[in-house]
Each structure stands twice: as C-alpha cells, then as structure tokens.
Design a protein around this ligand. Structure first.
Ligand code: BG6
Length: 490
C-alpha cells in the first residue's frame, strides 16, 4: 500500500526568468534579472550597467553601482535569461510532456514585468495576462493544478532604478496592486499560490559573500520586513477575492542544520543558525508576528526596523495556509575554527564527513528531508509541500537521443523514500515538485550544463543549441513513480 495520500500532488517546478526567455516580447518590461550575465561555479554572475559618462561596466549585485550608473543590457555580454529554454513559445509542447509523466501539479512563476512592464502602470499589459491564462488553460486540459509563485527572484528593473526595489516601502503598495490583478484575473484557474520564492534569501546572503557590507545587512533586514508585510497583505487579499485560495510561504531550505560536533557550543550555534536562516521568516509568516528571538538578532546586527502599526496588523491578519520550501541539502554549524567550508542553495558551513557531495558541492542528505519535514510540522502543524528538490548534474546526450541519468534517479528515489517516512511519522505532506523538471538556466551560476530535468533541453552555456527536448531515463522512472503513487521506486 502506498504511504502517500491518494490526492498527493506529484509534479515539477520552474521559474519564469530561468525558463521563459522572450525577454522583450509580448509587451514585457525589463526585469532586474535581464541584466544578469552568465557565470560558472568559480566565476560569479554580474549585473551590467552604463555609468554617468556612458561607459559600460559590470558589478556584483551586492555592491553599490557607481554614482549615476544605470543598469543596462550591453551588446558585448551574453545574458542567459534572454532566451532561456524558450518556454514562452514552447509551453504547449512542454506541458504535454509533463502530462505524459502524469503530473498532478506544476509549479511556475509569473513575471511581474509581463503584467506591469515597469511596475507602476495604471493598467496591466493584456498580452502578459493572456499568456499566463493560456498556460493555465493548457494545464487544465490535462488536469494539472498550477502552483504559482508570485515573485521568483524577478523585479521590474524600473522599480529597482527608481525606488531601489524592495529597499523602499513603496514596493508594498505596488506589489499589492500586482497581486490584486492576478488574484482576480486567474480566479477559478489557479488555487495554490506562493508569495515570494525563498523569502529568507535576504538574510542568508550575508553569510555567503566575503566582506559583505555591514550597512547592507541592516538594509537586508528592512527589505525582508517589507516583503513579509507585502506577503501578508497578499494572503489577506487572496482570501477576500476567493476563499478557496491556498497561499503558502516559500522558504529556502529547511531547519536542517546539524551541530558539527557534540560540543554544546556547536548545538547552540546550530540553534542560532536555524533560527536566523529559517524560523525568523517562517515563524513570522505562519504565526503573524516576529518570534521572541528576533530582538537578539536585531541587536546583533544593529537593526532598527521601520515597522508601522499597520505592518503589525497586516502580519497578524495575513498568516499563510501552508508551508512550502526548497530542499536540496543540509548544513552544519560549529563554534570551532573550520577551513573546510561547503556551500549550496544559500547555505554555507562546515563539510559534513558523513555525506557525499554533488559536482557543485551540494551535500546530499535525504535523511535531512525527513528531519526538516518533522521539524516544520512539529512547530506549525500546517500542511507542507516540498516545492524544490533535485540534483544539478552534467548530462550526456547520447547519439541515439537517450540520456542515462541514473544518478538523478538515485537522488530522487532516496528523497521520495524520506518523504514517505515523514508521512509515516504523521507529517501532513501534500505535494512534491522537483526543481527544474525540464532543464533550465541555473540561478546561481547562469549555466545550462547544471541540469535538473527529466527533460533534456539541447542548449549550451554559450547559448548555442537547437532547443529540442529529449526524454531522459528519469522521465520514464518518474512516470512510474507517479502512476504508482510513490510505491514503485525501482
Ligand atoms: C533555488 C531557487 O534556490 O534553487 C531556484 O529557487 C534555483 O531558482 C534552485 O534554480 C537551484 O539552484 P541553482 O543555482 O542550481 O539553479
């Protein structure tokens, strides 16, 4: 007998900027991610700009641009998101492939810039609204439930330039308008919504980048506050428009950091890491107020939040219906000096000697998935969905058009077994969407060769390729998994 409930939502996930392409079609405005270059594991992605004298340049996104500089698309750079995998023109073909695997749910995001090209217009862009309506109708044809992320690392560039993006309180109002339009427009077509992808990114960046500007840390906490208020308002608005809407938070990673040793100081370091990276946001969004340990964190970084009475009310009234998160790896924390650090999916910490690591250095730990599901459920007692999980790996397209990705099958099999165990533990897990169910552009490196999909896309890091789609071995395997409701994992 399957451990998974009958109505379990099996599926896959993508994001607009990493898949759609068509960056300047359909009335779409420029998104901040449209000026992001390609990188590698060792070479960062940059944003490009033109300075006050018209001279082109590039900078890391955490650094201040020179005075008077404006972000811009430059002829001499390659921007992997501009074409991505061309989901914009090929969504029918791709959805048919998802349906062939038996998907029950498909996680995707809406590009804000297709709905409001600059973010400030009075009226939405009809072509953008139509595009997503057509995608939802196509999904409906196959009884695939859309799960829609409202903001997945994608802000209109105009809002970044004009207001400094989420550093500005003004964004709450603009986001409110954007969500009001899409909640009304897609009523009856969409049931499941996620407000911000990996909202905790804002507090995790400082741990990843050497010499992270101190001043920026304070700004990051403020920006996160505005996003959490905007999210709470969106939850309220969603329920006013349709009481059937189910709205979740989306957290990057789980509370799955372990103490490196049994030194009590390592246990405390782990507690603090989970509190800061995960619970700080998730508690606020699930319980409607900042957790008791927030003050300690604010004191530590000298944060003084601009938080109004209305913000407090909004947070209280806009708690989410479900908790969703991405899970790729676990982490460790220690109070001891450690030079062997590994990082992935915004988590940086000591190497865990008990784990194996992917080609990109991400620690593979299915037990951590069962552990994090239990930790979340114990704390919130809300339905849970794992909305990203998968193995980024180099695949080989054989001459006969086959791709033998047994490593991916092994990874996913062990994680699905871990979910089954968590369900046996009593955790209410309602769905699972693997990341990049079709190959897409990597968010951290901008590469194509870091592939996650069941479907291979013929496209290379330099932009060459036919964009043809091929079924990998994992495609047929996942189809069997879904058909047997998670019972047949061989
Ligand atoms: C998550 C993001 O952080 O991880 C996705 O929500 C991203 O956008 C995914 O693609 C995998 O990361 P990467 O860097 O391998 O693409």
């Amino acid at each position: 007998m399957s451990k998974f409930p009958k109505e379990f939502l099996w599926g896959g996930a993508i994001a607009a900027n990493q898949a759609e392409g068509a960056w300047n079609e359909g009335g779409k405005g420029l998104a901040a991610s449209d000026v992001q270059t390609a990188g590698t594991l060792t070479e960062p992605r940059y944003i490009t700009y033109v300075d006050a004298n018209g001279k082109p340049g590039k900078a890391l996104s955490v650094h201040q641009l020179p005075e008077g500089a404006k972000r811009a698309v430059l002829d001499s750079y390659y921007y992997p998101y501009h074409e991505a995998i061309d989901f914009y023109h090929r969504y029918k073909e791709d959805i048919a492939l998802f349906a062939e695997m038996g998907f029950k749910v498909f996680r995707m995001s809406i590009a804000w810039t297709r709905i409001f090209p600059k973010g400030i217009e009075e009226e939405p862009n009809q072509e953008g609204l139509d595009f997503y309506r057509n995608v939802f109708l196509e999904l409906k044809k196959y009884n695939i439930e859309p799960l829609v992320t409202i903001q997945h690392y994608d802000v209109p560039l105009y809002l970044e330039e004009k207001f400094g993006g989420w550093n500005n309180r003004k964004m709450i109002e603009l986001f409110d308008k954007y969500t009001d339009v899409i909640f009304r427009e897609y009523k009856g077509l969409v049931k499941y919504w996620l407000t911000f992808n990996e909202i905790n990114t804002a507090v995790m960046m400082k741990n990843l980048i050497p010499n992270y500007p101190q001043d920026k840390i304070k700004k990051d906490f403020q920006l996160l506050h505005y996003q959490m208020v905007a999210s709470a308002r969106a939850v309220k608005r969603a329920h006013e428009i349709d009481s059937n809407y189910v709205v979740g938070c989306m957290i990057g990673g789980g509370p799955s950091n372990y103490p490196l040793t049994c030194d009590p100081k390592d246990v405390l370091a782990t507690m603090e890491k989970n509190q800061e990276n995960v619970y700080y946001c998730c508690d606020t969004m699930c319980q409607g107020e900042y957790p008791y340990f927030a003050k300690r964190i604010w004191n530590q970084y000298g944060v003084e939040l601009d938080m109004s009475e209305q913000d407090i009310k909004d947070l209280k009234e806009g708690t989410v219906n479900m908790v969703t998160y991405s899970y790729y790896l676990s982490g460790c924390a220690t109070s001891h000096k450690c030079d062997d650090l590994v990082g992935g999916n915004l988590n940086l910490g000591p190497r865990n000697p008990y784990l194996k690591y992917s080609e990109w250095g991400w620690g593979i730990d299915p037990d951590g998935l069962r552990y994090s599901l239990n930790q979340y459920y114990e704390r919130y007692h809300k339905p849970l969905m794992i909305v990203e999980n998968g193995l980024g790996a180099i695949d080989i397209l054989e001459k006969d058009g086959k791709i033998h990705d047994s490593y991916r099958i092994n990874y996913l099999r062990e994680h699905i077994k871990a979910i089954a165990k968590a369900i046996e533990d009593g955790v209410d897990v309602i769905g699972y969407t693997t990341w990049g169910c079709i190959d897409l552009v990597s968010s951290s490196t901008g590469e194509m060769k870091k592939r996650y999909g069941f479907i291979y896309v013929d496209k290379n890091d330099d932009g060459s390729g036919t964009l043809d789609r091929y079924r990998k071995d994992s495609f047929y395997w996942y189809k069997k998994v879904i058909a047997s409701n998670g019972e047949d994992l061989d």
